[in-house]
Structures are given as C-alpha cells and as structure tokens.
Design a binder for this molecule. Structure first.
Ligand code: UD1
Ligand code: CA
Length: 460
C-alpha cells in the first residue's frame, strides 16, 4: 500500500567541497546524476507531487530535473522553486511555502546529495511516521566516523531531544555516533509556522531544518527517530571521494539485483554496470565488462571480457567478443561482434550477422547472415542479407566535404581490400575482385575487377 505523500528535494546548495563548476547534484554517478538517483527513489513512492528547491546553477538543475522527472514519472506533477540565497536547509524548505500552500498531509524531505536511499527505507519511514502519529520523524543511523553530520541527541529515556550540527557541537556531542540522515517526514499542518520561528543563531549563521524538530518538541508535539541499520544508504555526497564511493555501492547493488534476476556475472567485482541497464535471463557477463547508459541486453547472450556497451540494444543469444565497443547501436538475435570491433552511431547488425576482428561499423546496417570478418570500415552503408565482406574492405564514404552512402544488395561477395567509393551501389549477387576500387554502380550478378573496377564478366 502506498501512503499519500508530497516530496520536497533540497538541491540548492553549491557543493563547495566538490571543487567543481558543475552544481553538485548534477554530478553523474553510476548512470544517473546525484539528483537523478534521488528522483528515482522519490518516483518509486508514487507521490502526489514533487517540489525541488534549486539555487546554485538553478537553471541547469531545473532543466536536468525536468527532463529526468518526465522520463521517470510523467504522470506525477512536479515544480521547481528557486532559493535565491542559500541561508540554510530550513530556509530552503520555507521557499516551498507558496507552492505547498494548499497541500495537506505528510511531507517527505530529501536531500539532493543523498543518492543511496532505497524506496523501501523511505516507505518504512513513512509507515513509522503514520503509525506513531508524529508531527515529524527523522531518519538516523550510526556511523563509526560521524564527522560532518548533525548528531542526534537523545533524552535520558531514549527519546528525541535535538540535533546538534558538527560545528555547534561540544566535544561530548561530537562523540555521539548517531547521525541525522537529512531525511525527514513532517505533517504539513503548521509546519511553515514552525519554520518561520527558526533562528540562525548558530556557528554557521544558517537556518537549520533540524531545529524544526526541536521547536516541535518544545510545542509538545511528537518527534520520532527511525534508526536505520544500514549506514551505507544514508551517506551524503559532499566530496569527489564520497561520489566515487556512492557510485561503487550503486553499481554493486545493480549487479546483485541482476544476479537475483538470473544473470550470471563471472566476476561481479569487476563488472561495471550502470543503474538503467537491463539484462535478460541466462546471459553471461565475463570479467571487466562495462555496461552503460540505456543498454538493454536480451536472454542467453555472452558479453566477453573488456567489452564496453553504451546505449546498446541486444536481442537474444548475441555474442560480444573481447574488447569490443558498442555505442548507440543495435544487435539482433544471434548476431556476433568482435573481438576488437567498434560499432557506433546507429550501427545495426541484424539476425545472425557477424562483425569480426578490427571492424568499425558506423551508421550502417548489416542484413541477416551478412559477415564482415576482418579489418574493415563500413560507414554510411546498407548491406543486404547474406553479404560477405572480404578482409580490408573500406567504404570511402567521405569526399572531404560530404558523407555518401554505399548500398550493397543481397548475396554480394566483396573481394578482399575492395574500396567502395560512395555514393555507390553493388547489385544483388555481384562480385568484386580483390583490390577493386569501385567508383561506379555495379549491376546485379556481375564481376568487377581492377582500378577503377571494370566489368570482367556477367555472372549467370
Ligand atoms: C545536513 C544536516 C545535517 C545532516 C546532513 C545529512 C542541516 C543544517 N544539517 O548537513 O544535520 O547530518 O545534512 O546529509 O540541515 N540546501 C539547500 N539550501 C541551503 C542549504 C542546503 O537547498 O541553503 C540543500 C543542499 O543542496 C543539500 C541539502 O540541502 O542537498 C543539505 O545541505 P548541506 O549543506 O549538504 O547540509 P549538510 O552540511 O550535509
Ligand atoms: Ca550534505
């Protein structure tokens, strides 16, 4: 059962410690941005609406979020509000007052820099919040090294007392290992009145959102803490090192998920798989394979060592041999590529076709059963079915100004080292001799040879 909730994502901060021109929340990690990962978790809750608070790099963050959200949950409304001055997390939440004026119920506040939270954990937080009837519930965890986080101070009977930021903490408070994850649920009723009462009388001169919990308690309202056992999920990303650590965790989780769904990884430790990748059952992934972007792989495929697939779409029983690169390209059922093949820009290798060693295929289609086994460049070419491309064949597609297409019809045999000078068409069943330089269209069922290639004979 999903609990109706409105989500606010705080993402206005600069991320000074990243030392970057890029706003922190737009840093890519494991196939999405930091903010994208938070958006994914938010979308999984099927919220009533999502509000993102932007500030640093507002326009870029707004644009990136809008694009991501439309892909994730086009049916759920979102809005973006600008916090023009970064005066702290409480101030950031205050700027949503206008867009949330008519909204009641439960609010979930997430940080754009906490990308590892699982939807299940957020659901648990919402369930505890609802069950206890609290005005606010905060997620916490124990960290061996809590440096930098706000500490949860408990009352003598173990209840919530208040949160102390690192820079305001006494040495005794710094020794507390239970930290504020920066993830909260609030009852919207009266929340903005409480936020308005928060002062910036602290070491950083900022309006701290955690102070809302202290004020609620002072008002006699109930504040709960949900202690989460998995510290790793709660980690914020403030530095490049933390960004890398978060990426490793996201990819490890992804591989575990795929294994649970029936994919074999011969060496999970060296598989680099981004979060959007899909893989069918009984596919085997060898060591040191990179699967990136929107790559989709069917069932019973073999992806061998060193392969890198980016936005690749593979059918079933496809083999990608060692050290092949496949970018933005499609391999249909039973196709084979590599070793050392390079496919890019909408290459399409159709059913059972073979692209072999040191072959580059760009914006070209190879028909069913067609083979280009060795040392070729096929650019801007359409090859029919059952074509055999001899070693060293090159489509001369570029005349220095423009790209031209090469058409090779069904059943053609291209001799080794043939130069196909585009635009050019080789008719069905034609044959080119080794070393031919084909500058003119070849009629069907004809043998051409030489430089430039001339008709030698008409084939029966
Ligand atoms: C915050 C919490 C801290 C908690 C930690 C967990 C406060 C005061 N402290 O500290 O208790 O342990 O998160 O990760 O909240 N932001 C804005 N506008 C602002 C300031 C921040 O939108 O004016 C956003 C940031 O982009 C970020 C989030 O709020 O996504 C948290 O801010 P950050 O400065 O990273 O807070 P921390 O110091 O990590
Ligand atoms: Ca942070």
């Amino acid at each position: 059962m999903s609990i109706p909730v409105t989500v606010v994502i705080l993402a206005a901060g600069e991320g000074t410690r990243m030392k970057s021109r890029l706003p922190k929340v737009l840093h890519p990690v494991a196939g999405d941005t930091l903010l994208g990962h938070v958006a994914r978790s938010a979308a999984a809750l099927d919220p009533k609406q999502v509000v993102v608070v932007v500030g640093h790099g507002a326009e870029a963050v707004h644009e990136a979020f809008a694009a991501r959200w439309k892909a994730l949950a086009p049916h759920i409304p979102f809005s973006v509000v600008v916090q023009s001055e970064r005066r702290g997390t409480a101030h950031a939440l205050r700027v949503t007052e206008e867009v949330l004026a008519a909204v009641t119920g439960t609010l979930l506040v997430l940080s754009g820099d906490v990308p590892l939270l699982r939807p299940a954990t957020l659901r648990h937080l919402l369930a505890v919040h609802a069950a206890t009837g609290a005005a606010a519930t905060v997620l916490s965890t124990h960290l061996a090294t809590p440096t930098g986080y706000g500490r949860i101070r408990r009352t003598s009977d173990g209840g919530f007392d208040r949160i102390i930021e690192e820079r305001d903490a006494t040495p005794a408070e710094k020794a507390i290992t239970e930290i504020n994850a920066g993830v909260y649920t609030f009852q919207l009723d009266g929340l903005f009145d409480v936020l308005a009462r928060i002062s910036n009388d602290n070491a950083q001169g900022e309006y701290y959102l955690p102070d809302a919990l202290r004020l609620l308690r002072q008002d006699g309202r109930r504040v709960e803490v949900l202690l989460h056992p998995e510290a790793e999920e709660v980690c914020g990303v403030n530095t490049r090192a933390e960004l890398a650590a978060a990426g490793a965790i996201l990819r490890r989780r992804k591989v575990a998920e795929l294994m649970a769904a029936g994919v074999t990884f011969l060496d999970p430790a060296t598989a680099y798989v981004e979060v959007e990748v899909e893989i069918g059952m009984d596919t085997v992934v060898y060591p040191n394979v990179h699967l990136e972007g929107q790559t989709v792989i069917g069932e019973d495929c073999r992806i061998h060592t060193g392969a890198r697939l980016v936005n690749a779409c593979l059918g079933n029983s496809v083999t990608v041999r060692d050290y092949s690169l496949v970018f933005d390209s499609r391999l249909d059922d039973r196709a084979t590529v590599g070793p050392f093949a390079h496919l890019r820009l909408n290459a399409h290798v159709q059913e059972g076709a073979v692209v072999g060693n040191f072959v580059e295929v760009k914006q070209s289609s190879l028909g069913p059963g067609t083979k280009a086994m060795h040392l070729s460049y096929l650019g801007d070419a359409t090859l029919g079915a059952g074509v055999n491309v001899g070693a060293g064949t090159i489509t001369c597609n570029y005349d220095g100004r423009q790209k031209h297409r090469t058409i090779v019809e069904d059943g053609v045999k291209i001799g080794s080292d043939t130069m196909l000078v585009a635009p050019v068409r080789v008719g069905a069943g034609a044959v080119t001799g080794a070393g031919a330089v084909v500058t003119e269209d070849v009629p069907p069922a004809t043998l051409v040879v030489g430089v430039p290639a001339k008709v030698k004979k008409v084939l029966s």
